[in-house]
Design a protein around this ligand. Structure first.
Ligand SMILES: [Ca+2]
Ligand SMILES: [Ca+2]
Ligand SMILES: [Ca+2]
Ligand SMILES: [Ca+2]
Length: 602
């Protein structure tokens, strides 16, 4: 459309043959051409906009952690472990090194704490935080949730833990273990194992009406199924307070919705295997239930489903937004907070095998041939309960493969966004080009819809293994930084500090983002409290050197690898010229249009 504009406009201008008007027209044409050039360059630079520094700090766990079997980086969790205002990084690793027998020992695992220092470097903080170098969470971690469980105003973390590490599941107990909490104290955190041993997979937290949060986990019911159980800190220990809550069948995911101002003291939801949500809210000491979104499962007794191991069977077809699936229901979720103008949503990850916009009633479908999809589904939380709404995504990548996603404001515009921790390089992901590990990022717009952020120019991790990443503000400057990690713990974590806000590639937002960033760099003090705009490179290099020098002070400390600083041009130099060009172009374009409008009438 833009490319069609100059011909049309210049044609119009050239149809004004008088000398006097000609000069105006030429001026207009020059300005307009400059403006369009500016717009065109804006379009290019918008696609290539990268808010992160190419330079990075590498964090490598001690080799003992990953040389004792098939080990994985299970998850990376941001948490300010020393309460200095900068989020630090927790990396959890576990290993599958069992020989097929039912081992009575816990899954081998290790937690590493990387403390974010004021100068941009990182220090191993296991001893400082937990009082020991070797930290175990007691099993394989599957998910986590945060809240303040001991009512001291400091954030705590609870991990869903089990022993599903390759050992056979011979009886209900063989994968069960206690859940694990990082509980804040005066100087750091303690590791608390809580509750009865269960197969931890879902985990959540809920406001308990007393200003802090309870932990939502599972209990084993008599028949071996899983119901939601609730733990509350009372004094030094966590006690079950499940009786204060409604009886809820635990699905693969559940969680709490924060207390609202409309008399809701607490709300819990449970993702159902029919793709819906069971929602319970507490008003005036009474729990009220509402349900939404359960899919009608069309039982079609003539359709055959052949599983990966060749077993044929019947299956149920479900319809969602005009498409048909064989589904697993909602397997993960997060709560997208409300804003003064927009409602809050429970966002569920709906996993299923896509059959098509229609299906063959007498057909045979093969698990290994049908595409598995992960689609986010939205439930609006309102006074009457929850309602499934149509997707607010303009565009969605349902072939993304991921375990985690998060719902929070990523660019400080007051509108909560969604980051999908897409795994790139995963075998299930071969249809996609290598995206480098940047999360699939859906930014919310003021109209309530979401647009996909172009992350193609973001820094990229290793193409080997399964690469993924997350956002967190690690240096406390108010900008989300990019943390890339690989499921192979041999491949170090990389921390790329941000030098600008993430923004949608529109002229206004990008320009405003640049202005804010420039203003930030001018206003920032020089004491190194934040990794600033210009100081980033030396800070990161210094950080790398420090980590390298720290090297391996003792057998128990981290094996620090030198930070690698790439030779690519550093962040700030890149956006400025293109954006300036764009600004000049835009100004010229406006002058050009003004020139056209100002022409004397014929
Ligand atoms: Ca900190
Ligand atoms: Ca706490
Ligand atoms: Ca936002
Ligand atoms: Ca930051």
């Amino acid at each position: 459309m833009i490319s069609a504009l100059p011909d049309k406009m210049s044609g119009k201008m050239m149809a004004q043959p008088t000398l006097k008007r000609m000069s105006f027209s030429i001026c207009s044409a020059i300005f307009l051409a400059a403006g369009l050039l500016g717009l065109a360059s804006m379009k290019v630079s918008a696609a290539a906009f990268n808010p992160f520094l190419e330079a990075y700090v590498e964090l490598t766990p001690p080799s003992e952690i990953y040389e004792r079997g098939a080990c994985f980086t299970s998850m990376v969790v941001p948490l300010d472990v020393n309460y200095d205002g900068r989020q630090d990084l927790l990396a959890h690793y576990f290993c599958n090194d069992f020989d097929g027998s039912v081992a009575p020992e816990p899954t081998l695992d290790a937690l590493m704490v990387y403390i974010s220092e004021a100068d941009g470097s990182f220090a191993v903080g296991n001893k400082k935080t937990f009082g020991a170098e070797q930290i175990s969470l007691g099993g394989a971690t599957r998910n986590y949730s945060t809240g303040d469980f001991n009512n001291d105003g400091r954030k705590d973390v609870v991990f869903a833990v089990n022993w599903e590490d390759g050992r056979p599941h011979l009886n209900f107990d063989s994968w069960d273990t206690e859940q694990t909490v990082l509980l804040s104290n005066e100087t750091g955190y303690s590791i608390e194992r809580v509750g009865e041993p269960v197969y931890g997979h879902g985990i959540g937290t809920v406001d308990n009406g007393q200003g802090y949060q309870d932990v939502l986990t599972y209990s084993r019911s008599d028949w071996g199924g899983l119901d939601i159980a609730v733990l509350r800190w009372q004094g030094a220990t966590a006690e079950y307070v499940t009786q204060n809550y409604p009886a809820i069948a635990g699905g693969l995911t559940f969680g709490g919705v924060p207390s609202g101002e409309d008399g809701v003291l607490g709300a819990i939801y449970n993702g159902t295997d029919n793709g819906g949500i069971d929602y319970f809210k507490k008003i005036a000491e009474r729990w009220q239930e509402s349900n939404a979104g359960d899919l009608e499962r069309l039982t079609v007794e003539t359709v055959t489903w052949v599983t990966w191991n060749g077993d044929p069977g019947l299956f149920r077809v479900s319809e969602l937004e005009g498409k048909y699936y064989n589904n697993l229901g909602i397997v993960d979720s997060c709560y997208l907070p409300s804003t003064p103008e927009l409602p809050g949503y429970i966002v569920g990850k709906f996993t299923g095998w896509y059959l098509g916009e229609s299906y063959d009633e007498n057909g045979t479908y093969y698990e290994m041939e049908q595409p598995i999809i992960n689609k986010l589904v939205f439930f609006e939380v309102g006074e009457s309960g929850v309602t499934r709404i149509n997707t607010p995504f303009a565009e969605e990548y349902t072939d993304d493969f991921f375990n985690f996603f998060s719902c929070r404001d990523l660019n400080q515009d007051g509108l909560p966004d969604i980051a999908v921790h897409n795994q790139t390089g995963n075998v299930a992901q071969m249809s996609q080009p290598f995206s480098g590990g940047a999360p699939r990022t859906y930014l919310r717009k003021p109209d309530g819809k979401f647009a996909v952020l172009d992350t193609s120019s973001f820094p990229k991790g290793e193409e080997d293994g399964t690469q993924l990443g997350l956002y967190a503000d690690i240096n406390g400057d108010g900008l989300e930084d990019l943390i890339l990690y690989n499921t192979d713990p041999n491949i170090p974590l990389r921390v790329h500090a941000a030098n600008a806000r993430m923004s949608l590639p529109s002229a206004e937002t990008q320009f405003l983002s640049l202005l804010k960033t420039l203003q930030k760099s001018i206003n920032s003090d020089s004491n190194g409290a934040a990794i600033g705009l210009v100081s980033s490179e030396p800070a990161l290099i210094a950080a790398g050197q420090e980590l390298a020098l720290a090297g391996k002070p003792s057998g128990e400390a981290v094996k620090g690898k030198p930070a690698t600083v790439s030779s690519a041009p550093l962040g700030v130099a890149k956006p400025v010229p293109t954006l300036s060009m764009f600004a000049v172009g835009l100004l010229c374009g406006l002058l050009g249009v003004a020139g056209l409008l100002a022409r004397p009438a014929k």
